[in-house]
Design a protein around this ligand. Structure first.
Ligand code: S3P
Length: 165
């Protein structure tokens, strides 16, 4: 089974994905990491050098061309479902799960992780929360096309598996 985790930056896709993969004995795949391997530099550097449009094109290419193993948990980049037909593609490819968190919780979790995220790195605390609010509103219609929506609050792998199976 191929399970794709989608959701806003900071919702816990990678952390939860790794735990789930261990529990199920599946391979964990981080698509941002695969993109970094493909372009030979970090997401931050690629964004800065080539711009967001080029990043989105490359992101879509990686999503579509990656050779997914039979059983895997895939963490997608926070923007990935919202560009091109990426969400349709992953919905066809496997089971998609939206990890939903409210803006305040996301902001709290992103305070420390914003420096490595090109879209957030220059925002102060106030700007961060309002950016998250408006971007989440724009992105949720895509995230909600996932097969399953789960709350990311205190979410652990066991709970998620209970909801899934
Ligand atoms: C992005 C999210 C990031 C990464 C890039 C853009 C976004 O992934 O793909 O910085 O547009 O939300 P994470 O969700 O893993 O932080």
């Amino acid at each position: 089974m191929k399970i794709f985790l989608v959701g806003f930056m900071g919702c816990g896709k990678s952390t939860l994905g790794k735990k789930l993969a261990i529990k199920l004995g599946y391979t964990f795949i981080d698509l941002d990491h695969q993109l970094e391997k493909a372009v030979g530099t970090s997401v931050g550097n690629y964004f800065a050098a080539e711009g967001e449009d080029a990043f989105r094109k490359m992101e879509s290419k990686v999503i579509k061309e990656f050779d997914y193993p039979q059983n895997c948990i895939v963490a997608t980049g926070g923007g990935a479902p919202c560009y091109y037909d990426n969400m349709e593609f992953i919905n066809r490819k496997g089971i998609t799960i939206y990890i939903q968190l409210p803006p305040a919780a996301l902001a709290k979790r992103l305070e420390n992780g914003k420096d490595k995220r090109p879209l957030l790195k220059d925002l102060d605390e106030k700007e961060l929360i309002s950016y998250i609010k408006s971007k989440l509103e724009e992105r949720e219609p895509y995230y909600k096309c996932a097969f399953l929506t789960v709350s990311g609050i205190n979410l652990n792998p066991e709970q998620l598996l209970n909801q899934l199976f």
